[in-house]
Design a binder for this molecule. Structure first.
Ligand SMILES: Cc1cc2nc3c(=O)[nH]c(=O)nc-3n(C[C@H](O)[C@H](O)[C@H](O)COP(=O)(O)OP(=O)(O)OC[C@H]3O[C@@H](n4cnc5c(N)ncnc54)[C@H](O)[C@@H]3O)c2cc1C
Length: 215
């Protein structure tokens, strides 16, 4: 049996302390015109991300929308899983998009989206056996979660087949980790962690950027 239940894992008693759900948000614009592409000079359609703790990432969709996500992270108390909407986060993403691409001031934002993801207390993925070797769990795929889940799938296969491989030797596997405490301490720690990451981003973004010095 595999528990790859991401942000819902705390609802499973054996996994309750291993992760908390946090919410992340995205927006997408209407399809961009040729004029917009010429102005922003984004010819190769590469995905882009910045170097913040609470990263921003940008990508052109197959139908030529600019999709953008990251920034503010939502937290809830206890087992509450209702934070799919965040006006504050969406506004932040819209403002950053227009700040980074002044040529897109007139472009409409047509999509807003939010969902939970799984966070361990040390912000590191965790997977391994749950009790004996018949059940495996995987959670905490934050940051570059999709690529981590692909790698974890290979590791889960090795664990289920009880093979010792390079995958199962990864430090994420069967690690002790630090468990999240019960509420209200859990929320206090999560809010503290988020505040630290936000303050560091804020302090870094206040520094003059090389481009400002040139101008
Ligand atoms: C808005 C947003 C933007 C993101 N952007 C990126 C990005 O740009 N790049 C990136 O790498 N990652 C991104 N991520 C993170 C990435 O999506 C996740 O890390 C990844 O999908 C986790 O995969 P998973 O297989 O662990 O869990 P999921 O894909 O969430 O799958 C978990 C499954 O378990 C099911 N489940 C839960 N509980 C139960 C239960 N009790 N019984 C049965 N089924 C259950 C759920 O329905 C779900 O289908 C983003 C996430 C969000 C929400």
């Amino acid at each position: 049996m595999v528990f790859a239940t991401n942000a819902y894992s705390h609802l499973i008693p054996e996994l309750r302390r291993k992760q908390v759900p946090a919410w992340t948000y995205m927006i997408a614009t209407e399809p961009l015109s040729d004029r917009h592409f010429a102005e922003i000079r984004w010819q190769e359609r590469n995905g882009v991300e910045d170097a913040r703790n609470l990263i921003h990432y940008y990508r052109i969709t197959p139908d030529n929308r600019l999709s953008m996500g990251g920034g503010p992270v939502g937290l809830t108390y206890g087992d509450n899983l209702e934070l799919d909407s965040s006006e504050h986060a969406w506004r932040h993403l819209e403002e950053h998009t227009r700040q980074l691409f002044p040529a897109l001031q007139d472009v409409k934002i047509t999509h807003r989206w939010g969902e939970p993801f799984s966070v361990t207390m040390d912000l590191t993925p965790a997977l391994g056996y749950l009790g004996d070797s018949r059940a495996v769990y995987s959670l905490g795929c934050i940051g570059h979660g999709v690529s981590t889940t692909h790698q974890n799938a290979k590791t889960i296969t090795d664990l289920l087949l009880e093979r010792r491989t390079g995958n199962t030797a990864c430090p994420f596997v069967n690690r002790k980790g630090i468990g999240w405490p019960p509420e209200p301490l859990r929320s206090a720690i999560a809010q503290g962690l988020r505040a630290y990451l936000r303050i560091e981003d804020w302090a870094y973004e206040r520094r003059p950027r090389p481009i400002d010095s040139v101008v």
